[in-house]
Write a protein that binds this ligand. Structure first.
Ligand code: 5GP
Ligand code: ZN
Length: 125
C-alpha cells in the first residue's frame, strides 16, 4: 500500500471504482476514461510501480527476497477471467501495460489495460 497512489486508494476503497473482478491478489475495474467499448484496468493488490518491479527471480543480478511470482501468475489468470466476464474472449482483445515516460504511463502502479468490444485493426501493432 502506497498512501499517495491512486490505484492503492481504489484497492482500499477510499476512491470509488466500478469493479469488474476481484480476488485476494488482484482487482479489475472500469477505466474512468475508456478508450474502447470495453476498457478494464487490472491491478495487483500489492503496490508495484510498473511491470519491471515484481521480483520473479531470474534475470536481475542477485535477485533475492520475497518472490512476487504469485502476483504475476494471478494477473495472468485474471486476464482470462476479465475477458470472459466482459464477453470479449471470443471476439478478441488487446492487453497493454505502459511502463515509464516514453510509454506514457501516468499512474505508477502496475496495471494492464484490457481493451476490446470493437476491432482495432493494425494501426499501432
Ligand atoms: P496509464 O496511462 O498509466 O497507462 O493508464 C492510467 C489509466 O488510468 C488511464 O487510462 C486513465 O483513464 C485511468 N484513470 C486515471 N484516473 C482514474 C480513476 O480515478 N479511476 C479509474 N477507474 N481510472 C482512472
Ligand atoms: Zn499503488
Amino acid at each position: 500500500m502506497d498512501g499517495d497512489c491512486l490505484f492503492c486508494k481504489i484497492i482500499d476503497g477510499s476512491v470509488p471504482s466500478k469493479k469488474v473482478y476481484e480476488n485476494e491478489w488482484v482487482l479489475a475495474f472500469e477505466d474512468i476514461s475508456p478508450a474502447a467499448r470495453v476498457h478494464v484496468l487490472l491491478v495487483p493488490k500489492k503496490h508495484f510501480a510498473d511491470i519491471l518491479a515484481p521480483n520473479c527471480g531470474g534475470y536481475a543480478e542477485g535477485a533475492s527476497g520475497a518472490s512476487d511470482a504469485r502476483y504475476v501468475l494471478e494477473l495472468h489468470r485474471a486476464i482470462k477471467a476479465v475477458v470472459e466476464l466482459t464477453g470479449v474472449a471470443g471476439s478478441g482483445f488487446r492487453v497493454i501495460a505502459n511502463c515509464g515516460r516514453d510509454a506514457g504511463q501516468t499512474v505508477p502502479h502496475l496495471h494492464f489495460h484490457i481493451l476490446g468490444g470493437q476491432p482495432f485493426g493494425e494501426a499501432l501493432l
